[in-house]
Design a protein around this ligand. Structure first.
Ligand SMILES: [Zn+2]
Length: 246
């Protein structure tokens, strides 16, 4: 093969769109994933996860599976540029949200990461894109850790996870008088203990301000399955046996 043709072949190979997960060649250059990976990544319906809490409505955009994990971990731990895709995922999921609360009275807040400014910044970028798309207000400083808690992924029981996070958050002294709905954003949700603890802290603060009409909801990028195992002890079931920060 003449060398010029070889270069052309390499160039066209490099330009060939590939699935962002399995690297299979894509026919069209528009989609990020192949049909199979898109099937795995299927968006969840806007339906509160009833096992988490009957008092706090908690939603997750998709299930935590191998395709999602690769994208999230690439973004969080390897500095890969999947932030756009992750924020698009959230924005697209929230198209199913038809709340009657006006956008300008909806506040998006974040679960603060443990001592990790970079983590905070990454979640903030996603939150910011979502808040912009929905016209919601955004604050990164509403919730703060107020007690030392064990990392949730080191605790396997559901009850113990809720106990570990009871009273974990303090809420900044913010006047919520113009707010009717607060959505707490986190990347992953397993038992929902973090979300519920954060929601309770916000509700307590709102109560102290003499308000009782604020809706507090939780929103996660993905839901990690949490299932009881035989013998009555609960544990986290993950297909790859890798424990994750939750
Ligand atoms: Zn694929």
């Amino acid at each position: 093969m003449p060398i010029i043709n070889l270069f052309d072949s390499i160039k066209s190979f490099l330009k060939t769109p590939q699935c962002a997960d399995c690297r299979v060649t894509l026919d069209e250059g528009v989609a990020k994933f192949c049909v199979e990976c898109r099937m795995i990544l299927r968006q969840r319906t806007w339906q509160a996860i009833s096992e988490v809490s009957t008092e706090v409505l908690v939603y997750a955009a998709c299930d935590f599976n191998r395709v999602f994990k690769k994208q999230l971990y690439g973004y969080k731990y390897y500095g890969q540029s999947h932030g756009q895709w992750l924020s698009d995922l959230l924005i697209d999921y929230c198209r199913q949200d038809f709340s009657t609360v006006p956008a300008e009275q909806t506040l998006l807040v974040m679960i603060p990461p443990h001592n990790d400014a970079q983590d905070q910044e990454r979640l903030m970028r996603l939150a910011s894109a979502l808040a912009n798309a929905k016209g919601w207000l955004l604050s990164s400083s509403v919730l703060n850790w107020q007690v030392e808690c064990k990392p949730q992924h080191t605790i396997l029981g559901r009850k113990e996870r809720f106990e570990n996070l009871s009273g974990a958050f303090s809420v900044a002294d913010i006047n919520f008088s113009s707010i009717k709905r607060i959505i707490i954003l986190d990347d992953l949700i397993t038992t929902g203990a973090t979300m519920v603890s954060a929601a309770e802290a916000i509700k307590a603060q709102v109560c102290r301000q003499g308000r009782s009409t604020i809706q507090v909801e939780g929103l996660a990028l993905a839901r990690v399955p949490f299932m009881p195992i035989m013998g009555g002890t609960s544990t986290v079931v993950r297909s790859d046996k890798v424990l994750l920060p939750v």
